[in-house]
Write a protein that binds this ligand. Sequence first.
Ligand SMILES: Nc1ncnc2c1ncn2[C@@H]1O[C@H](COP(=O)(O)OP(=O)(O)OP(=O)(O)O)[C@@H](O)[C@H]1O
Length: 278
Amino acid sequence: MSLDLTRVRFARAGRLIIDDVDCTVPAGALSALVGPNGAGKSTLLHLIAAIERTDGGAIDFDGASLAALRRRDRARIVAVAEQQSDTELDLSVHDVVMLGRTPHLGALAGPSPADRVIVRGSLTATGVGDLEERRFSSLSGGERQRVVLARALAQQPGLLLADEPTNHLDIRAQLSALALLAELARGGITVLAALHDLGHAAAYADHVIVLAAGRVVAAGRPSEVLAPELIQRVYGVRAAVLAHPLTGRPLLAFADTSDASPPSPAATLPSEGNRSAV
Ligand SMILES: Nc1ncnc2c1ncn2[C@@H]1O[C@H](COP(=O)(O)OP(=O)(O)OP(=O)(O)O)[C@@H](O)[C@H]1O
């Protein structure tokens, strides 16, 4: 089930923050949403999740408007994994992740044993099964990040939106989180993750959407999109694309424009290999 955005617009304080965005997030793929600070990545995720209302355009998942759904129906389809507000701080980790089951529970019904199994499985999948009884407020930033992803998994969505899912994570946890998102995508979930690290996008994403100043400036396979010219144009840094010695996937190397050393001769893209490392 693909996500299709057509001429999506969003303005705040008299400024267009999302400016006629057209793009498709393909089904069963891990798509990376990349772009400089302030490009509009988080805003776009919020518009897709209908946390914010668009000022124009259409956002359809599997051919149906997400904004037109009732909140509960939408929550059965779309999950958002992002840094949480303070409202969850007083809950246990178990209860935070159980919130992901809310759209699936009957009107007056509490969680069933099956819901508890799903919660436990989600915590295990994100590597925090041993934290279930802890207060969310007592967790480190990286632990919270993984619990937030577990909550989104527990929702069993068709569309998973993740805002900086590797934030706060150590390198091993970063790779695990990305591999998990790629695996979920292969399992049929449409995944759109806002990523700052272009290396992660190159190494793990099937599809990359580049946002700059609220506009989509490129979209496609990482090997097509993450080219030195585009990175120079969008981020203002020099880049070389190498072949990862362990995986064969694209490996990006950067230098700021003041660095006088010559550009790498290896500025061609390698073929895509496995995704076990960046
Ligand atoms: N409510 C608002 N009122 C005014 N401006 C806003 C509002 N929300 C977002 N913006 C502005 O919209 C732009 C896009 O913000 P957004 O957080 O979506 O960017 P981002 O790509 O996620 O950035 P970052 O990589 O820094 O997290 C920024 O310039 C931000 O200041």
